[in-house]
Design a protein around this ligand. Structure first.
Ligand code: IPE
Ligand code: IPE
Ligand code: MG
Length: 260
């Protein structure tokens, strides 16, 4: 575990707030589907004069803690945005470091994930990832697919627009082949053509690192998601931050366009 913390003032205020609030999430509903945009690894490393890679490495530790905690809390789906369709624009070295970390993570963690009843699933166009990643992801899925606990969705080479375009193409193809009628297209049909088929929409989307944007994440699915952001960078994100996000979620009023 990386232990040399260097926090800026915003992070310190937030941590203090979280510690002093004595958060109790046991009384409210635990969100069924939590989605996280794991952001801030690069800036975390930069603050410590470390290469960006070290930030990603530290971020993997956070993944471990948050997956465990979500599993413990009874969350049904945890979707982690790990690599976007736009992240290919990064330097080659960084992309290959990320791919290596993915393989290492899977090799190291799948046994424990299996024992914790977690299903390891992916969303995104994973065929474009290096062969080794595809192989490890497939093997992780095969080993865990019969579990009944938390589904961990790793969003890899994922883009919301790419997902919608793929869905539209497949709908068009199925109409042409007579498998689908135009009048059958509705919200549910559309959802069934997405990578997240069969998975309920996220209740809560969390973005650490201070950015307040979706960056092409779950564009269709986020129609009524609650958004929660924090200045904490992903490597510093702890289960207490997750609890605070859940606590705030429990105190929101979700109206879905209706009047109460
Ligand atoms: C998120 O951290 C990880 C990935 C996108 C893979 P970043 O690498 O985006 O970190 P910042 O935003 O540069 O700090
Ligand atoms: C979003 O973060 C993608 C992931 C966390 C995988 P980015 O760091 O790529 O997003 P921008 O560039 O800040 O919008
Ligand atoms: Mg970023």
């Amino acid at each position: 575990m990386v232990s040399f913390f260097k926090k800026n003032d915003k992070d310190k205020i937030e941590e203090k707030d979280i510690k002093e609030n004595n958060i109790d999430i046991t009384k409210g509903n635990i969100p069924s589907h939590i989605a996280i945009i794991m952001d801030g690894n690069g800036r975390w490393a930069k603050e410590r004069n470390l290469p960006r890679y070290m930030g990603h490495k530290a971020g993997v530790e956070t993944i471990r803690e948050i997956v465990k905690e979500c599993s413990k809390l009874g969350v049904k789906y945890l979707t982690l945005y790990a690599f976007s369709t736009e992240n290919w624009k990064r330097p080659k070295d960084e992309v290959s470091a990320l791919m290596k970390l993915l393989v290492q993570y899977l090799r190291k963690e799948v046994k424990e994930l299996y024992e914790n009843n977690v299903i390891v699933n992916t969303i995104g166009d994973i065929e474009r990832l290096p062969d080794l990643c595809v192989k490890e992801l497939q093997s992780a899925y095969d080993k865990t697919k019969d579990n009944t606990g938390l589904t961990l969705n790793l969003a890899l080479n994922y883009g919301g627009r790419d997902e919608i375009i793929t869905a539209v193409k497949n709908i068009y193809k199925d109409i042409k082949e007579g498998k689908l009628k135009e009048e059958e297209i509705n919200n549910d049909t559309m959802s069934n053509y997405l990578y997240t088929k069969g998975i309920e929409d996220p209740d809560l989307i969390i973005r650490p690192s201070g950015e307040q944007r979706l960056s092409n994440f779950l564009l269709w699915q986020c129609a009524y998601s609650e958004f929660w952001y924090s200045h904490i960078k992903w490597p510093d994100f702890r289960k207490e931050h997750l609890h605070k996000a859940i606590y705030d979620y429990q105190n929101r009023d979700r109206r879905f366009g209706a009047v109460k």
